[in-house]
Design a protein around this ligand. Structure first.
Ligand code: AMP
Length: 403
């Protein structure tokens, strides 16, 4: 990261495109720059590379690009030491035309942060892919992030589709096996048979030998390019919070969180990262959201604002959840735990120490693994609960009983 950043800064006028695979990786790179720009400036000023970079081949490669340039070092220093880092990308790399980064699915959470650092440069999501198989491309790369659709390339694998009804989480299964049962095999449809507007789980048979493998992604048919279907990425299928009969998937959670963070507007604060946990160690169990905030304003956020956030999230969740809260009392008040700055970086470091790839890392939107929950809890600085029950009307339940 350090060496790449150094080369990128040395050649700052030639850089036309910046990016990373996922938005979270790109933001991490900006944070890295925030932490290390003084060392980078020093290297550029003197034309030497910091001794902390010990890999000989990396040092040699960087030294082919690095030349002493005190003027450039002064320029970078002046930009980076300004109070605000708004537009830092376009200030340091003035010829950048766009940011090549995936912001579909829950990565859309990072769009406001990216807009802030890039002064609203176009965010281009070019591809939809995985370690197992490349899936497709975005044929309209300059479209708005909310309108991105991917056209699957039929020669990349054999694609099949399992219809899904998300129905506010009511029909989602909690864990998704990687194989299909007999009934599901019969429900599969081919690429040519998908229907506009319908949601499907993607199933692939790959050249390297995976047979009818469930990728775990839910896609919706957004339209067609000639006869080729184009898909919106909707969510990962197995991200489900569940206490009782409620099921909350990542799209629903993301929308609820988005509604709640509007309460921060007067405080110039943003939600940098979040994840969730279904805590069943208490009776009744309850949802816990871990939030890491970026605080730009000076006015402290009063506890009542966080309590309002808890309630807004509950109000935004589906009626099965609210019924569990209000009528069945099987779900306790939702809790928000504020964690120290840097907690989600620690989470990533932990995942990487277990073998995750830095380039492909995505913040989990729901955690279950005990050491991760412990890590989050150990960094919680405050905790807030929903002060009352969300609204719920029994109409739907009565209708079910009548049948
Ligand atoms: P990995 O195998 O770790 O590279 O992760 C692949 C997964 O990343 C996919 O199954 C998706 O869940 C997610 N992913 C990849 N490309 C995109 C995209 N363009 N938009 C949203 N999610 C994506």
């Amino acid at each position: 990261m350090y060496s790449q950043m150094l080369c990128g800064l040395c050649q700052h006028k030639e850089v036309l495109r910046v990016g990373a695979v996922f938005a979270s990786g790109f933001i991490r790179a900006i944070k890295f720059l925030e932490k290390h720009w003084r060392f980078l400036c020093n290297d550029i000023r003197t034309g030497t590379i910091d001794s902390q970079i010990t890999d000989q081949s990396v040092r040699e490669a960087v030294m082919k690009i690095l030349k002493p340039d005190p003027q450039l070092a002064d320029f970078i220093e002046a930009e980076c030491s300004k109070d605000s880092w708004q537009g830092i990308i376009t200030r340091l790399w003035p010829n950048t035309k766009y940011v090549d980064v995936i912001v579909t699915g829950t990565m859309s959470q990072y769009i406001p942060t990216l807009d802030y650092y890039t002064n609203g440069l176009p965010l281009v999501c070019t591809m939809y892919a995985s370690s197992e198989c490349y899936f497709g491309v975005n044929l309209n790369p300059l479209c708005k992030p909310s309108e991105v659709s991917y056209t699957l390339i039929p020669t990349m694998a054999y694609f099949e589709f399992l219809p899904v009804q998300r129905n506010n989480g009511a029909n989602s299964s909690i864990s998704v096996p990687k194989t299909l049962n007999e009934k599901e095999q019969q429900e599969l449809v081919d690429l040519v048979d998908v229907k506009l507007g319908q949601e499907y789980e993607l199933v692939v048979t790959t050249y390297s030998g995976l047979y009818r493998y469930r990728v775990g992604d839910v896609l919706r048919v957004a339209g067609f390019k000639n006869n080729a279907p184009q898909f919106n990425f909707i969510c990962r299928k197995n991200v489900v919070l569940c206490i009782d009969s409620d099921k909350t998937d990542e799209v629903e959670l993301q929308n609820a969180v988005k509604n709640a963070v509007n309460h921060f507007l007067p405080f110039d604060a943003t939600l940098a990262e979040y994840t969730s946990y279904a805590d069943t160690t208490t009776i009744p169990g309850h949802y816990v959201l871990y939030w890491e905030l970026s605080l730009n304003g000076t006015t402290p956020i009063p506890p009542s604002v966080f309590e309002d956030c808890c309630l807004t999230i509950e109000e935004s969740l589906n009626s099965v959840y609210r019924q569990g809260r209000v009528c069945d009392k099987s779900i306790g008040p939702l809790e928000i735990k504020i964690v120290e700055q840097g907690t989600f970086d620690k989470l990533m470091d932990y995942a990487i120490s277990l073998g995750a790839s830095i380039n492909q890392y995505k913040t989990p939107r729901c955690v279950k693994f005990a050491p991760i929950v412990e890590l989050l809890n150990s960094r919680a600085v405050s905790s807030f609960f929903s002060p009352k029950c969300p609204k719920w009307f029994p109409g739907h339940k009565q209708w079910i009983n009548m049948n």
